[in-house]
Design a protein around this ligand. Structure first.
Ligand code: NAP
Length: 281
């Protein structure tokens, strides 16, 4: 039996267990099993690994995408840069005598017979879905500054797309607030050091990416406090939300002739990329 799973907390409406169980069934992978492992604390991870010696890999979701990092022996370069891991491959040492390692977690020395390597599959999944079928504008606004926003930023850097984060709070120079967008004023353009007129920002930055949970089930009638009237047919709106499949954010763009996408394909794509990592040697 090859066991895989998902850690996070709580895991009430998780997509991955049903997706992978369905995939294993469809592809005749009868020796594979995928389960949800709700962990009330990340400190319970070593115990979980000890309890399931057949666990070969697992996905990581809220709230552990960053907290998992100290538990890993190795972190893939992209995940290190994003500072978030959503996929972990487990390598078990078959010869315990030769390979037992000592690991320090929370100042405790733990003998362990496995190595954990962390990856981020959200970023390549987003990049793949963003590019698919779209002639991308060269300037973007990323709404939200959480874990998903960091994966999105990594992809935008790779695609040489200039962007600002839009946040409820002014965090740093590359972040503007929703209030900045509402009230016409001049803000500092981090890309060329000029002053930028806010009013034009929503018009000129034609790729809008929602990485916030605003509009997600069950609050499906909510949307971001933006002036959607500036949108035209050259705007591209990508909402990372996948439930509902059509958010108010997307509808407001669609109504103005914009191109729209939801987060469903990204969700499938990150799961498939995780599978490629799990099954690789
Ligand atoms: P997160 O770490 O909690 O971050 C969400 C960010 O949204 C926060 O940092 C916050 O940014 C902003 N935000 C939260 N509540 C808000 C509100 N009421 N109004 C305006 N902004 C608000 O969550 P995450 O892991 O990044 O996930 C965010 C969303 O992306 C979720 O809906 C998740 O389901 C989705 N997601 C989808 C995929 C996919 O494969 N499709 C993958 C990952 C995540 P500020 O504090 O800066 O405003």
């Amino acid at each position: 039996m090859r066991r895989f799973g998902l850690i996070g907390f709580p895991l009430t409406h998780s997509f991955s267990p049903a997706y992978f169980q369905n995939k294993f069934q469809k592809e005749g992978l009868t020796d594979c099993r995928y389960e949800a492992f709700p962990l009330a604390s990340i400190e319970l991870l070593p115990e979980l690994l000890a309890q399931h010696p057949d666990l070969c890999g697992f996905n990581v979701t809220i709230p552990y995408k960053e907290q998992i990092i100290p538990y890993l022996d190795e972190v893939d370069e992209a995940a290190r840069e994003i500072r978030a891991v959503n996929c972990v491959k487990i390598q078990r040492n078959t010869d315990k005598n030769d390979n037992c390692q000592l690991s320090t977690i929370n100042c405790q020395l733990i003998e362990k017979d496995y190595r954990l390597k962390g990856y981020n599959t959200d970023a390549p999944a987003f990049e793949h879905c963003l590019k698919e079928g779209w002639q991308l504008p060269d300037k973007a606004l990323v709404f939200g500054t959480g874990g998903a926003a960091k994966a999105v930023a990594y992809a935008l850097h790779r695609l040489h797309i200039d962007f600002y984060f839009v946040s409820r709070n002014k965090v740093n120079e590359q972040t503007i607030t929703y209030r900045d967008l509402e009230h016409p004023s001049k803000i500092h353009n981090v890309h060329n050091n000029n002053l930028l007129d806010n009013k034009n920002l929503l018009k000129d930055y034609k790729l809008w990416i929602n990485t916030t949970p605003v509009g997600m089930y069950p609050h499906t009638e909510e949307s971001l406090p933006l002036d959607f009237s500036v949108i035209g047919s050259e705007h591209y709106l990508f909402d990372l939300i996948y439930n509902p499949e059509e958010t108010v954010f997307m509808r407001q763009g669609w109504g103005k002739g914009a191109h729209i996408k939801n987060g469903l394909n990204m969700l499938y794509q990150q799961a498939e990329l995780s599978w490629e990592i799990f099954k690789g040697q």
